[in-house]
Design a protein. Structure first.
Length: 148
C-alpha cells in the first residue's frame, strides 16, 4: 500500500523532469498493450481524441513505453506523454516524459529505456495537451505490468 501511495503522490506532483526523444514513425511491433483512454482535443472540446499505451521489453529490467495517439485534429497541438511508475516488488520508482506536436490519426510518442528493475510495476500514464491560447486537456490510465 505504501508503494501505491507513493505512485499516487508522484502522479499528482508536477512533472519537472527532462524530455526524451520521441519516435516519429510507427513501430513495427508496439509491444504489450497497457491501457487506453480518451480526452477532448484542446482546441475543440466537442471532439474526442484517443491514446493507447504499450510496453516493449528492451533489456532485463528495462522497457520502452509507447503511446499511439489519434489526435483527431487538423490543427497540431502539443502533447506531453508522461509516466509515473513504481516497482511493487523492489520499491524503486520514477517518472519520465516526452513532448511532441501531434496532428491527425497517426502519432507515436516513445519514452525509451525506462529502467524499473525486474518485478511487478504499476504505471500511471498521462497525456497532457496544450492547444492554441491557454487551452489544455488531459487523460490518463494505469496498468500493472510484469517487467522481466
Amino acid at each position: 500500500m505504501r508503494i501505491l501511495a507513493i505512485v499516487l503522490a508522484l502522479a499528482a506532483a508536477s512533472l519537472a523532469v527532462g524530455t526524451a526523444s520521441p519516435v516519429s514513425a510507427a513501430p513495427a511491433d508496439t509491444g504489450d498493450a497497457l491501457c487506453k483512454f480518451t480526452y477532448p482535443t484542446p482546441d475543440d472540446f466537442d471532439v474526442t481524441a484517443s491514446s493507447a499505451t504499450f510496453a516493449t521489453p528492451t533489456a532485463p529490467g528495462t522497457v520502452d513505453l509507447t503511446m499511439l495517439t489519434d489526435a483527431a485534429s487538423e490543427v497540431s497541438y502539443e502533447q506531453r506523454f508522461s509516466v509515473t511508475w513504481a516497482n511493487l516488488d523492489t520499491g524503486r520508482s520514477g517518472q519520465e516524459q516526452v513532448v511532441e506536436q501531434v496532428q491527425g490519426p497517426d502519432n507515436v510518442l516513445t519514452i525509451p529505456d525506462v529502467t524499473t528493475e525486474p518485478g511487478r510495476v504499476l504505471f500511471v500514464l498521462h497525456a497532457n495537451n496544450h492547444g492554441s491560447d491557454q487551452n489544455y486537456t488531459n487523460g490518463d490510465c494505469s496498468a500493472e505490468y510484469t517487467v522481466n
